[in-house]
Design a binder for this molecule. Sequence first.
Ligand SMILES: Cc1cc2nc3c(=O)[nH]c(=O)nc-3n(C[C@H](O)[C@H](O)[C@H](O)COP(=O)(O)OP(=O)(O)OC[C@H]3O[C@@H](n4cnc5c(N)ncnc54)[C@H](O)[C@@H]3O)c2cc1C
Length: 439
Amino acid sequence: MNTNSENKSFEDERENYQRGTDGRDIFAERVRSNQCQLTSQLRHQYDFIVCGSGSSGSVVARRLAENPNVSVLLIEAGGTDDLPSVMEANQWPTNLGSDRDWSFQGQPNQHVNGRSIPFSMGKTLGGGSSINVMVWARGHKHDWDFFASVANDSAWSYESVLKIYRRLEDWHGVPDPMYRGTGGPVFVQPAPEPNPLAPATVEAARVVGIPTFENPNGRMMEAAKGASISDVRVRNGKRESIFRSYVFPYMDRPNLTVLSHALVTRLTFQGKRVTGVEISYRDAIYRIGAAIEVVLSLGAIHTPKVLMQSGIGDESELRRFGIPVVQHLPGVGQNFQDHVAFDCVWEYETALEPRNNLSEAIFFSTSQSGLDSPDLFVCQAEVPKTTVDNAVRFGLPSAGWTLFGAIANPKSRGRLRLTGANLSDSISTSRRAATATCM
Ligand SMILES: Cc1cc2nc3c(=O)[nH]c(=O)nc-3n(C[C@H](O)[C@H](O)[C@H](O)COP(=O)(O)OP(=O)(O)OC[C@H]3O[C@@H](n4cnc5c(N)ncnc54)[C@H](O)[C@@H]3O)c2cc1C
């Protein structure tokens, strides 16, 4: 895939936005009127239907829509991202538990002291990329090479993926052409003028033997340990979501329809071939066909839910709820993984104002000697934070900061199970065994 011509067009787009407030408003107005027209005349069929406008769906929808000869429908359950809580980088915590968060909750689990662990996931245009902490975090070399070996496909290897990382980045730190790219759609920079806590965290890591790197997304992702000021998806204090970087610039085009507040409830089939989707939109159920393909990018919880409620999953589970089996596929909903994390909160003697995305330093390390890749990571947060139940139980200082320590490669595996056949039935999320006990 050629990179220069793509990067040129990304630059052109960016110039369009950077013309100033008036230029930006003119484009936004064009987007509004185009999408108003496209969504008021929904078609019975599109070439591609992409379900979920999160980090994955946004990229897929945009790349498909680059071909003006195909029509793309992008469906999202949540609503607008044009809100201060999404756009202002320092307001990200206010989205947690709001109507832009699915606010999933795991089943109570004996391995975590009977607690029911909360799972935030974005429910808005941009999905997680509109509510997350905006830390730009590449996968480690070891992980990519592992994926390539189990998939028996060198396209997943670190060497291969590094080229893609370089192609898609628009890196605004110290030039490093071996590792970092410029001119791509993804604006990234080292956290500018970080809070003094950030360099202090990096220095503290160095003192205990974790080396300092120039940034976390180059050589550091080839090492077993490393600490750095974070790379962030923040520009002039504003969030750069994947939706805004990929989809929004194409929303004035006739071949990309973005339908928000629409819930995908089921896939439709002809035999075993997926022919489209059923959606719940404005209090009615609609069926929309896909001439070529349906892409399910509903996140790690709703993707298996919709598959299972459509009849793709473990047949005994589906039969339990009277769902007709289209395909027995026992892996659906299995092998659920997430990085268990622990908040350690310190109270300030003299409060320091948080900056940027409130999280500007990161370090990776190993839990034992002899590992060639990290199995632990820690992010710093410039505010005191913890889960709601812990905050109620232990309280939080009015001014403080947090180290958020996490397991990078948890051994714990959970699964997602249906509680019923209908879209209003929730999904049950449980972990079988935890690698550590948390309070
Ligand atoms: C609070 C928080 C902080 C995070 N911080 C970081 C960070 O700093 N750096 C980082 O790299 N990662 C971070 N992440 C993780 C990252 O955001 C996710 O890994 C990523 O967004 C997952 O992408 P996805 O496309 O798989 O799913 P999502 O981004 O979750 O997208 C799924 C989309 O599908 C929509 N959807 C779901 N069900 C339906 C349905 N039935 N019908 C229609 N639409 C539906 C959802 O509303 C959502 O928009 C964070 C996540 C959270 C929640």
